[in-house]
Design a protein around this ligand. Structure first.
Ligand SMILES: [Zn+2]
Length: 68
């Protein structure tokens, strides 16, 4: 994974969002199967220079939940 910030080129710090938000803040594809849950954000990265924040869900989980 590219270690530098996509906005300013600064260093990125690996982390996560607050645990309670993990279950409130997720992602659901428009092509996702009915009756499947949103994918939780399980990883986050922040730039230590400009504060830019990236959120990640498990890509395997998204692929698995999409309609064929
Ligand atoms: Zn930055």
């Amino acid at each position: 994974m590219n270690p530098s910030c996509p906005k300013c080129g600064g260093a990125m710090d690996d982390g996560r969002i607050p645990i309670p938000l993990k279950y409130l803040f997720g992602y659901k594809s428009s092509d996702q199967k009915h009756l499947t849950m949103e994918s939780n954000v399980d990883k986050a990265r922040a730039c230590v220079d400009c504060g830019y924040l990236e959120l990640y869900v498990n890509p395997d989980e998204i692929r698995k939940k999409r309609k064929d």
